[in-house]
Design a protein around this ligand. Structure first.
Ligand SMILES: C[S@@+](CC[C@H](N)C(=O)[O-])C[C@H]1O[C@@H](n2cnc3c(N)ncnc32)[C@H](O)[C@@H]1O
Length: 278
């Protein structure tokens, strides 16, 4: 069943505050001395401008390394980037592996910006998008060699429907590559849970959902250290870039502190989970 309208409304509010505008992205490129008429996708993702996964570009490099142990996508492969956001990870996949990528996100505002950035970076022959709900995909069975899903499943309440859809659209032997925070979530996470739908099962429960859908778990690689560094950097950036009464600072710092407390002091864990369709 698709996620509820109330949950999508909360996500829309949360991500409209987090998503940059096209002029902001261009200004960041100009500030970095990049020609905004002909930027490459790596000009964006290597500077963490268009990635909203925990750990950003540093995590993408690690993900590519770990997936290499099980099989990277080739130029004739189609990869689904589920919950693609504004598209940085999908463009990374297309540039790194030469595969084609379909990015799906439930929020039109994210997909519109993803499309603009893909056109701007000249990748629209290989990377395309659709607005869809990950629990109710209108995609053919067995159509993707890999499904990547970076820091998305925590927003989705119906995990059974989510993993059933992933298993359905994956080709036999195809890989699901995800990054996620495992639960249970402590009270320190309340500032983010107040802003957006956030449901994180324990790692054993997450694995039961994955395997119950017909996917065989291959590995879980803990990434907590990288994620702690990432949140420390984000915190410094918010403090450096905003006035004391700036709204980004007022809502952003309690959220970042909640994550830091969870991961650095309360035993919170994040990791890369790779599973194969049986
Ligand atoms: C933390 S962001 C990660 C975005 C992207 N994977 C990245 O790494 O840059 C989570 C994304 O999941 C999307 N999302 C949440 N629930 C979804 C759903 N039911 N179906 C599709 N996308 C969803 C959100 O709109 C948001 O863009």
């Amino acid at each position: 069943m698709p996620e509820s309208a109330a949950s999508t409304a909360r996500l829309t509010k949360f991500y409209s505050e987090l998503s940059p505008s096209l002029p902001t992205v261009k200004a960041a490129l100009t500030g970095a001395g990049v020609d905004t008429d002909h930027p490459r996708a790596c000009d964006l993702y290597q500077r963490d401008i268009d990635c909203h996964n925990l750990g950003m570009y540093r995590m993408l490099v690690l993900l590519a390394e770990v997936v290499g142990e099980y099989g990277t996508p080739g130029p004739s492969d189609a990869v689904l980037d589920l919950g693609c956001g504004i598209g940085g990870p999908g463009r990374f996949l297309a540039e790194r592996f030469g595969c084609s990528v379909l990015g799906i996100d439930v929020l039109p505002l994210r997909v519109e910006l993803a499309e603009s950035l893909t056109n701007m970076t000249g990748l629209s022959d290989r990377v395309s998008y659709r607005v869809e709900d990950a629990t109710d995909l209108r995609l053919a069975d067995d159509s993707f060699a890999q499904v990547w899903m970076l820091d998305v499943s925590m927003h989705i309440r119906d995990k059974r429907a989510l993993f059933a859809q992933i298993a359905r659209v994956l080709q036999s032997d195809g890989l699901m590559v995800m990054h996620e925070q495992s639960g249970p979530l402590p009270a320190a996470m309340r500032p983010v849970m107040r802003q957006a739908p956030y449901v994180a099962p324990s790692l054993p429960q997450l694995i039961r959902y994955v395997e119950g859908a017909g996917l065989r778990m291959l590995t879980w690689r803990d990434t907590t250290d990288i994620v702690v560094d990432y949140f420390l950097n984000m915190r410094n950036l918010v403090l450096e870039s905003s006035e004391p009464r700036d709204s980004r600072r007022e809502t952003g710092i309690p959220i970042l502190d909640g994550y830091l407390e969870t991961f650095a002091h309360l035993g919170g864990r994040s990791g890369i989970l790779i599973a194969r369709r049986t």
